[in-house]
Design a protein around this ligand. Sequence first.
Ligand SMILES: [Zn+2]
Length: 275
Amino acid sequence: MSPEGGMSPGGYGRNGRSGHSGHSGRGRRGGRGTVAAAAMAAGAALHFLPGAVAWRKARCRLLPGLSGVGRPGHVALTFDDGPDPVSTPLVLDTLDRLGWRATFFCLGDQAERSPEMVRELVGRGHEVGVHGWLHRSHLRHAAPPVVRDVERARQLLADLTGTAPRWFRPPYGGVSLSSLIAARRTGLELVLWTTWGMDWEPNATGASVAARVADTWWPGGTVLLHDSDLTSSPGSWKATLEALPLLAERWALDGLTVGPLGDHFDDRRDQAGSG
Ligand SMILES: [Zn+2]
């Protein structure tokens, strides 16, 4: 099922996915209360829409900052659920060949098992975001345990990289009041995505992932992929790897540049508000 299965509250299992919900206030911190309140209200309402597609499109329009809508002509490339000692290095090698940098939303639990991979992500020019400690939906959990989970991951990633993470994408893309409180307490910015490749599906191929990205394209989009099959079909990252060169061809034709979330927004994102 889709990450955004925000429609499936709770849940610790596989499948489902992560999403990020980002927002920015004025600058990184100002206006956060207003932004968070808007996101909370809209997010709560939108999570009950009948389908993930409708929800995604609505949130891209209504909450562009949260959805990762950035500079036109730029693609923010993001990978969730790692690091993984087997698949993440292969993703990194492919990104090197393409000359791309990306944002990796890491799980604390995964990072603790492979701390060297987190350091390598940063060493090779990529950005590290927080996906939580466990891949556990926030939708049915009170704020205190969610805050502890997110802060534990944030602290480990900060220690490993020597840099304070900026971005936070809750597991499964499920934004709850607890998620918003956690973001505020940890000083992280929520960011989901505009576009996905559905690379978690059992029958995903490079071509299918590239086609999904094209089908769900959004100008100034943030693309959700996975460098780990932790919550995806086993070996799904192979389809992700195969999709990257196909995406490169397409985006080159469209004149798009590719980079991490840190390069994706200009001042207009802040003004757009969208928690
Ligand atoms: Zn995830």
